[in-house]
Ligand binder design. Structure first.
Ligand code: ATP
Ligand code: MG
Length: 147
């Protein structure tokens, strides 16, 4: 079983889409093992998106990601990392397929609703960035036997 890190970005909160996005994760069969609202600051964005620091749009990312709280989610399931990336869709909503979260709910790359870890190495780093160990829970669901 894998666990992946998901962030519901400020536009998700601002547009009242938290429930819609979480419903898609749950409907897919993923188990929510961590969930919290957080106000991010520049320092955590500089760490989380350090590979984009030299890009001209980096100041905009910082402004966007810190203007409203986000919701951090740990989601567990078989192949959770690749599965959530597939549910998320392409980075640019113009290219994201209908049926994906960005394809259905976002218009612009400047506000693309969701972040999802892209590799198991990054998932581990990102889960530690947003959750303390005690904020991740272990519990049984009735569907555990079939999913
Ligand atoms: P995320 O890491 O947020 O899940 P991603 O993995 O699909 O997105 P990345 O290449 O990691 O895409 O880019 C991180 C974020 O930086 C994007 O989600 C988007 O908000 C922003 N971004 C990336 N490329 C651009 C661009 N060309 N113009 C504006 N913003 C961009
Ligand atoms: Mg990324």
């Amino acid at each position: 079983m894998e666990t992946t890190l998901i962030l519901l970005k400020p536009d998700t909160i601002e547009r009242s889409l938290i429930g819609q996005v979480i419903a898609r994760l749950e409907a897919k069969g993923l188990k929510i093992t961590g969930l919290k609202m957080m106000q991010l600051d520049d320092a955590i964005i500089e760490e989380h998106y350090d590979f984009l620091m030299d890009k001209p749009f980096f100041p905009n990312i910082k402004k966007y990601m810190t203007r409203t709280p986000i919701v951090a989610i740990a989601a567990k399931g078989a192949n959770a990392i690749a599965t959530v990336r597939m549910l998320t869709g392409a980075t640019n909503p113009v290219e994201a397929l209908p049926g994906s979260i960005r394809g259905d709910l976002a218009l612009s790359i400047d506000a693309n609703i969701i972040h999802a870890s892209d590799t198991s190495e990054n998932a581990e780093i990102e889960l530690n960035r947003f959750f303390k160990g005690t904020d991740i829970f272990t519990y049984n669901k009735l569907t555990d036997e079939v999913l």
